[in-house]
Every structure is written in C-alpha cells, then in structure tokens.
Design a protein around this ligand. Structure first.
Ligand SMILES: Cc1ncc(COP(=O)(O)O)c(C=O)c1O
Length: 485
C-alpha cells in the first residue's frame, strides 16, 4: 500500500496499461434479462453482459510484456519440447523439485494425484478443502477431514494465519483414522474457500514434523502460493527480511509434492505437479499420457508453458505479487469503514463479503451468498462468485450440507482492475447494503449432482428481482448505463 500526503493508503499500480480491452456497463433491463437467462447463477452469465468480471482470478490475470514475448519462442514439438525443459528447469530452480509433470490445469493435477494415491475408504486430512479437490477425492471413494481453527470461520477477526492447521487436531485425526487409511496430508496455500487466508511457515514446519512422525507424505496445493509467501513475509516477524524466492525454497522443501494451477500461480494457463521423490513421481507419471497428453506438454499449449515459466519468476517479485493483496486490503478497508461485513484480515484472491451478516433475513437453506451475487450483478454489472452452500453438496439424506461460511467472492485478478473500478464496486455494494431488505432467497430449478454451482439454475423465491430492479430504476444509481453493445 502507498501512503498519500492525506494519510490515505492506496494500492498504487507499478505497471502501465499498454494494451486495453473495452468493457461495457449494459443497461439495467439487459442485466435483468441476462441474470434471469443465467438461472441466477453468475457462472452462466455471458461475459458480454458483465462490466467488472470479479468471478475469479483463474486464467484472468494480466500478462506481462515478458510473458507475451516468451510465447513467441515456444517449441511446438509433441515430444521433447525445449519449452518443457525451460519450464521444468524453472520449477526445479524455484522449488528444488526436479521431477515435473505438466497438466492442463489445477484440477487435472488433483485427478492424477487422487488416482495415483487414493483408494476406496481413504481419508485425506487437510487445512481446508477446495471444491475441485474435494470432488476428486470423493470421486475416488475418499473423504476429507478439515483441521483449521474455529476462528477461521469468523469473518471479523485479526488472526493473521487462518489457514493454519491446528496441530493437536491433526495428530488426533491421524490417530483416529489410522495411518493405513491416509494416503497423504494436504495443505493449501492462501486457502481459497476461507477467503484466501494463508498458513504460516511456523505452522508448516510443525505439520511437517507430524507427518514425519507418522511416516506419511505431505502435498501442497500451491495455486495461491505467491500471495501466501507475501503474507508470511509481512505477517510473520521472523520472516520480515526474507525474500520470496528464499521463502519459496523453504516452503517447498517441507513438502513431498506440490501442485498448482498456473491459471493463478504463473499468470497464464496450465498447471504442474512437482516432486523430488522419484518413487512418488513414478506412480503419477503413467497417468499423464493417459489423461493429459505426452509427458512434455501434459495438455498445455507450449506457448502458455513459456508464459508460465516467466510468470513463475514474476510471482516471486515482491512488487508484482504485492499488488493483488494491496487492492484487496484497500477494498476490505473501505467496505469495513461503511459497516459492510467482509472477511478480515484481508487475504489473497479477492474481497469476500459475508452474506450471512449482509442478509441476516435469508436462511442458509435458500443460498444467501448466491442471492447476493445475483443482486450485485443486477445493481452494478459486477460478477462475483458464490462461495457458500450452493458451492457445497447434499448429504446422503438429500439435504444440503450447509457451508461453514456464506461468502460472495469478488476476485481481484492480478493487475487487471484500476482504483476507480474498485471504487465503483465499493459504491454499488454500499447502495446494495442500504437496500438489502429487497433481496430474497433462491431455490434450485436445475441441480446437477456433481459441482452443482457451475451449471445449476435457480429461481428467486417470491420474485424479489422485480422489486430490486424497480428500486434501482427509481434511485440515484439508475443512470449508470454507459454503453450498449
Ligand atoms: C486452491 C486451488 N486449488 C485448485 C484449483 C483448481 O485449479 P483449476 O481451476 O486450474 O482447475 C483452484 C482453482 O481455483 C484453487 O484455487
């Protein structure tokens, strides 16, 4: 953050925009038609109807001039590509793990890992799940057990490391489940579904010794590692003087396998699994040609692979990586000042609104976070993502497994939005908060069995969308339409 003479702290941009892409704030009536057609599910909106796309940071980050230049030297060989050896060399240099499997994205890594190591009835202890991780574990007959502190679910908190394992819980869980049923322990960097909350280096070291004690192995989901390293450096006093590359080396040395979505870490598109253990590598290796592609491209475009190689270097540059957390800190701070409930402390990935507190009149059973995401789109053209019970699943008795939190995530793709766009978002959320009584719940009208939040369709209970649209029409925010396309 950069302090102005007025004392205000702003997320100053350390880059210049040299290529830009037009976006449009389409009229209210068109937004209303669009959200209806999308079944009130922001995943099903068309990008052309969206003004600020804060759905995700996955594959939507700005790429650098160096990344774009690198794409031009791609070696498009099916086998033995030079691009792969540069990619592998960079991963080995940064993480000290020389055995590298490329995959087309993060969940593909999860597929390979789960197929290689999981058997029916297994249980995977973790700090917290991510949607696709849980889906792959369950698809392979396994279960998850989550071991963060209860404070991780308190949205108003000053706990700097909500992604930490509670070590006593980890030990107890391993003893109760039994080592034979635990294929590996998983730790996720900047835990996505907790609101981008990091773990500390101290905690990771403790997890490592527990894992060693029981003779298990440890897997790191490093998709949001760069920001986690940033938080270790800024929140863990003993690490304040350390560089991100130095921290990356130590974190990687504490885990047996790491995998990442390069749609996040690396700011392009693709992914990888890396290990220094040949035996572990050999178990996963045959699955890559089967599910992804030959071992030196693994479903990735080699142009993207070149961009990731450069992007990994850039991810360890403090100025570059610090930009996303600074934008999030600014937005969280401004919303808090206005009394709007958000996840604190600010984490990685995006600004997360607490929908249970925003909409206390809506029960979790009728998806307050989904309703809030749809309402925000109507008010502003901003697309956020529901991260609550809609993103959960149903138990064996058919009832919803209520999520630990109901969040609307407003993702902050790296180096994409300007300060004035963030201020616009704050302004429209403030209007919506003042008019929150107009928002009602949602119910599924089409509900897929697996990962239902991606493609499920819902309806607004009691047709509250009409009243909200009417309130927008007759308010000061009615004239925000700037362009038709
Ligand atoms: C922590 C984490 N793990 C795994 C994934 C899955 O990655 P992908 O979307 O590339 O399949 C994501 C994506 O958002 C993520 O945030």
């Amino acid at each position: 953050m950069f302090r102005l003479l007025t004392g205000e702290e702003i997320p100053l941009e350390f880059h210049r925009a040299r290529i830009v892409q037009m976006i449009h704030l389409v009229p209210l009536e068109r937004r209303l038609a669009a959200i209806k057609a999308a079944g009130f599910n922001t995943f099903l909106l068309k990008s052309r109807d969206v003004f600020l796309d804060m759905l995700t940071d996955s594959g939507t980050n700005a790429m650098s001039d160096r990344q774009l230049a690198a794409m031009n030297i791609a070696d498009d060989a099916y086998a033995g590509s030079e691009s792969f050896y540069r990619f592998q060399g960079k991963i080995a240099e940064i993480f000290g793990k020389q055995f590298v499997l490329p995959v087309h994205q993060g969940r593909a890594a999860e597929n390979i890992i789960c197929r290689a190591f999981l058997k029916n009835g297994d249980v995977v202890p973790m700090n917290y799940h991510f949607t696709t991780t849980r889906a792959h574990i369950e698809a392979n007959g396994g279960k998850i057990v989550e071991l963060v502190a209860d404070e991780a679910f308190q949205t108003e908190s000053d706990c700097p490391f909500k992604g930490n394992f509670v070590i006593e819980k980890l030990v107890k869980a391993i003893e109760n489940i039994g080592v034979a049923k635990i294929p590996f322990v998983r730790i996720e960097a900047s835990t996505n579904l907790l609101g981008g909350q990091p773990f500390s280096l101290k905690n990771l070291r403790q997890v490592r010794s527990v894992v060693d004690h029981f003779g298990l192995f440890l897997i790191l989901d490093a998709s949001l590692l760069a920001e986690n390293l940033f938080f270790i450096r800024s929140r863990e006093p003993s690490c304040a003087q350390r560089s991100l590359p130095d921290l990356a080396k130590e974190v990687a040395s504490l885990v047996d396998v790491l995998y990442f979505s390069a749609r996040k870490l690396g700011c392009a598109r693709g992914g990888a699994i890396a290990t220094a253990d040949r035996e572990i590598f050999e178990k996963m290796k045959p699955l890559v040609p089967l599910y992804e592609g030959f071992l030196t491209y693994g479903g990735m475009s080699l142009r993207e692979m070149e961009a990731v190689t450069v992007g990994l270097d850039e991810a360890l540059d403090l100025t570059i990586t610090g930009q996303m957390p600074a934008c999030i800190e600014f937005m969280v701070g401004e919303l808090k000042k206005r009394g709007i409930p958000v996840v604190a402390p600010p984490g990685a990935l995006g600004c997360h609104i607490d929908a249970i507190k925003f909409l206390p009149h809506i029960s979790q059973k009728i998806y307050p976070a989904g309703a809030l995401a749809a309402a925000l789109f109507l008010v502003s053209g901003i697309r956020g993502m529901e991260r609550g019970t809609m993103s959960s699943t149903r138990g064996t008795d058919g009832s919803d497994l209520l999520s630990d939190m109901e969040l609307v995530r407003l993702a902050m793709p790296r180096r994409v939005f300007t300060l004035s766009q963030i201020k616009f978002a704050i302004d429209r959320i403030t209007w919506l908060y003042a008019n929150r009584q107009l928002i009602g719940g949602l119910q599924f009208v089409e509900e897929p069995k697996v990962l239902r939040f991606f493609t499920g369709k819902l309806a607004p209970i009691g047709g509250w969308d009409a009243a909200l649209a009417e309130a927008i029409r007759s308010s000061a925010i009615a004239d925000t339409t700037m362009a038709e396309i």
